[in-house]
Design a protein around this ligand. Structure first.
Ligand SMILES: [Zn+2]
Length: 321
């Protein structure tokens, strides 16, 4: 009998039981990093002694002393592993996203640290080698971006255009495009859809005309004429992705800047594509172990000064300001 899939699902108290101390976190990371046994990162030897007191290894061949964190994102950070684990857990669990403020309060760390964590963990939540979509695929675009005071709903210049394609019952791919025109939209479709995909479903937008071919049919619903569903022709699944995306932005990312939108789309699609993955927490930790280290300064290269950060922090606390 197959094991119950939900049995691997971990809740917050389970997380604290299992990974509440640095030793427990280190031991877990060790198994993820070196499933075949610990090896020296410098000379690849497996002849090692354990320095239990310091949680380190001593290489018998080259005398290099290292911990499980060496060469990973966890090394540069002064943050305890248990906080990294908790942050990763919260970000994985938050269906509608989580703000840096909320994370900071829960972990008891500064806003700056929480913001860094959010970005790093989000950067790790990325499909390494996304497969082309097959079968029946729904495609649509949406506008993302804040309102500007004094401008009506139709004001667009601060908005980004996001295009998405979702395989029915499968994965989604999202991308920011420069313009809602044929060239940008069809280039995206070709880059994410398998050439033998069976059916493409879109609305009546002119930019989609001609995306089908001999073995891929293109079917449309006429949204302007209030036609949303015709037999099994509809774009309901991608609409579901848009509402998920928008609820996350409204709920947690008041200050989502255009610069960070692509990374944020990666997070949303990664979570969506892993919606049935009971190992999401573990897989995100594995991705973090493999991710490149990026200093805080590099992340905030968009010229966010400390005073801007402080203002964002106040504003996020009190969105009415
Ligand atoms: Zn060595």
């Amino acid at each position: 009998m197959p094991a119950k899939r939900t049995s691997n699902k971990i809740d917050l108290s389970g997380l604290i039981d299992r990974y509440g101390s640095e030793d427990k976190c280190s031991a877990y990371l060790e198994g993820l990093r070196w499933p075949e046994g610990v090896r020296c990162p410098r000379c690849d030897s497996d002849k090692l002694s354990r320095i239990v007191k310091r949680g380190q290894f001593d290489c018998d061949s080259c005398r290099y002393q290292f911990s499980v964190k060496v060469g990973t994102i966890f090394h540069d950070s002064k943050l305890k592993l248990s906080k990294w684990f908790l942050a990763t857990f919260m970000i994985c669990e938050a269906k509608k996203g989580i703000s840096a403020n909320q994370l900071g309060r829960t972990l008891g760390v500064s806003y700056k640290t929480a913001w860094y964590l959010c970005h790093r963990i989000r950067a790790a939540m990325k499909d390494a080698a996304p497969e082309p979509l097959r079968g029946t695929i729904e495609i649509d675009e949406t506008l993302v971006g804040g309102k500007v005071r004094g401008k009506g709903k139709g004001y667009r210049s601060n908005k980004s255009i996001v295009i998405g394609a979702v395989e029915r019952g499968g994965d989604v791919r999202l991308k920011v495009i420069k313009r809602q025109n044929k060239r940008h939209m069809q280039t995206f479709v070709r880059s994410v859809v398998h050439e033998d995909a069976e059916r493409l479903m879109t609305d009546e937008a002119y930019a989609y005309v001609g995306i089908g071919d001999a073995n891929t049919t293109h079917e449309t619903v006429h949204h302007k004429a209030e036609e949303w569903v015709r037999a099994d022709v509809h774009t309901n699944q991608i609409e579901g992705v848009w509402s998920l995306l928008k609820r996350s932005i409204v709920g947690s990312y008041h200050q989502l800047s255009a610069k960070h939108l692509p990374a944020y789309l990666d997070e949303v699609s990664f979570k969506y594509n892993n919606r049935d993955n009971v190992f999401l927490f573990r897989d995100t930790l594995i991705a973090l172990l493999a991710s490149e280290t990026m200093p805080y300064q590099e992340l905030i290269r968009e010229k966010v000064s400390d005073s801007t950060l402080a203002r964002r922090k106040r504003k996020a606390k009190d969105p009415t300001r």
